[in-house]
Design a protein around this ligand. Structure first.
Ligand code: SAM
Length: 293
């Protein structure tokens, strides 16, 4: 048992997808938001503070609020995330965000002093200026969700986020990559500039016809090599209806040595009742103790 990964470790690379498929409750599309919420719960228990950026923050399924990442993160406790920067282009979605903000502000303790900013417009155009005018400290733990539909997030925006901090851990990214429909989605695009902006150059054509898993690793390697993250791991998100087919990957890019293990734990535990902060801290302390022996 000595070499068995614990829930704070990453399993060995070669077994990862197989292992996930065998999980009793793998992460289905409808519980992706729970994965994000669970990861950020662990994140904030470690950091005790944080900034959450959501580039594409309107609800994917407006009738299912339990699947809306921004809502789950805003409602999550302990309320140690202090800054929320939420971007959205669609006016109907913006009004949903405004209503959510009002609800959260009304029921929050004003002493918390949380900053919840909604930026209406194109995330790609807005993000450089928002970062320039809302300086994030080098030591501020910052997580950015990039939950695009297919090709809306420009590569240049990833460069902006990854290059923002000069010394501290870079802004963490959680980036959506289509799996099941990527070839079809590429074929359906009429204006190639959409793909060029998404990929950052004309190299997107190399993705055609690749197997899902290989493509996810290819994109993860590119993020690691070009944006210089210490760890970049694609996490498969399955379809419940389609016999466990991988629908998409959420690619987690981070410099923090603990973060990949926290995501591993969240992936396995997102659907179980949350452990209390005390329980989590106890297990984490034991794990650290074992590592240092
Ligand atoms: C897949 S949904 C996000 C789902 C959401 N994360 C959730 O948990 O339900 C993508 C959202 O991004 C918005 N959007 C699309 N292009 C955008 C852009 N360039 N800038 C900002 N928002 C955009 C869409 O209107 C939509 O609300």
């Amino acid at each position: 048992m000595e070499n068995q990964p614990t829930l704070f470790d990453l399993p060995p690379e070669s077994t990862r997808e197989k292992e996930f498929k065998q999980l009793r409750n793998p992460i289905w599309t409808e519980n992706k938001a729970k994965l994000i919420e669970c990861y950020l719960y662990y994140f904030v228990l470690i950091t005790k503070h944080g900034t959450y950026i959501d580039g594409f923050s309107g609800p994917q399924e407006p009738d299912k609020p339990g699947m809306w990442s921004a809502k789950l993160v805003l409602e999550s406790k302990p309320r140690w995330f202090k800054n929320f920067y939420l971007f959205e282009k669609d006016p109907t979605q913006i009004s949903k965000l405004e209503a959510l903000k009002t609800e959260i502000v009304n029921e929050s303790d004003p002493r918390l002093k949380r900053k919840i900013e909604i930026y209406p417009g194109d995330f790609n155009e807005l993000i450089p200026n928002v970062l320039a005018t809302n300086p994030i400290r080098e030591k501020e733990a910052t997580f950015c969700l990039l939950d695009q539909r297919t090709f809306e997030c420009h590569w240049n925006s990833l460069i902006t986020l990854a290059g923002y901090k000069k010394n501290g851990f870079k802004i963490e990214l959680f980036y959506f990559l289509t799996a099941a429909w990527l070839d079809r989605s590429i074929a359906a695009v009429k204006n190639e500039m959409i793909l060029e902006n998404w990929w950052g150059n004309s190299g997107w054509s190399a993705l055609r016809g690749m197997k899902n898993c290989k493509r996810a690793k290819f994109v993860a390697s590119r993020i690691k090599d070009e944006l210089h993250y210490e760890s970049v791991v694609p996490w498969p998100i399955y379809s419940r209806e389609d016999r466990g087919r991988v629908m998409y990957y959420m690619i987690h890019a981070t410099d923090h040595p603990i973060a990949p293990g926290l995501m591993h734990r969240a992936y396995h535990k997102a659907l179980s009742p949350k452990e209390s902060p005390e329980q989590f801290e106890l297990e984490f302390a034991e794990w650290k103790g074992e590592r240092s022996q």
